[in-house]
Ligand binder design. Sequence first.
Ligand code: CAA
Length: 252
Amino acid sequence: MTLRKQSRIALVTGGTRGIGEAICIALANEGYQVITTYRNTERETQARDWQSRMADDGLEVDLVLMDVSDHENCEKAANELLDRYGRLDVLVNNAGITRDGVMKKMPIEAWQEVIHNNLDGVFHVTRCFLNTLLTQESGRIINISSINAQRGQFGQVNYSAAKAGIHGFTKALAQETARKGVTVNTVSPGYVETDMINAIDEKIRDQIKAQIPVGRFGQPEEIARLVTFLADENSSFITGADFSINGGMFMH
Ligand code: CAA
């Protein structure tokens, strides 16, 4: 593939599906050189197929193997990317998983996996690029959290805790980077039509939909619009903020 050397460079973790995919498409359409990640070698074929589909639509998205839960693996991938591009302008920490279940039945693995992927992952990936962003004296870090961090969710002690942790991380890091032109923000989507939502039992899903004032689930593209706005060079006065985008389901 031809790499766009002159473009702003954006890394979106976990961007081959759902909200991440929409973010990749939106940023690529804005002219960014977008890179996204796949978690392990078993997923490579699927990721390469996705990359070819993007290319068929005229979007050249680069791919890298990066397991966000594993800091050594993140460092290896980040070094590869920094060698290839020499800089990073936008980091979207989007990769995340669910392992829902009530706490009394939750295996320790379901807690650990979610914390490792959804919270540690944000630290691991950001850590790899932080010095580059600070040295450049410009950068955008956008962390994808959730409405369920803001209000809690029955059956998600692991996910709600990890996603709430993300916003604490955002606020602390935003203070550390503000003087260096690096903004850090959180986006907290509500229920958006993705595989993650479709995995919820249909009856429960209908009950959830009934609680959304606008009367529908969000679309991934609606979240991507907000991310693109925050990624813009002109969004430099917005930092340490948490943006709710949830159809009115949680107002605070
Ligand atoms: N509040 C209070 N009680 C509830 C409840 C709720 N929201 N939901 C269920 N209960 C009650 C049930 O009525 C039931 O009560 P009884 O035992 O008295 O009958 C009891 O809790 C057990 O409920 P379930 O039979 O549903 O329990 P389960 O173990 O089969 O399933 C669950 C538990 C997997 C958590 C299931 O309830 C579920 O899938 N809930 C939805 C979780 C959810 O919203 N996940 C979001 C995923 S998408 C995402 O995370 C993206 C994002 O950022 C928004």
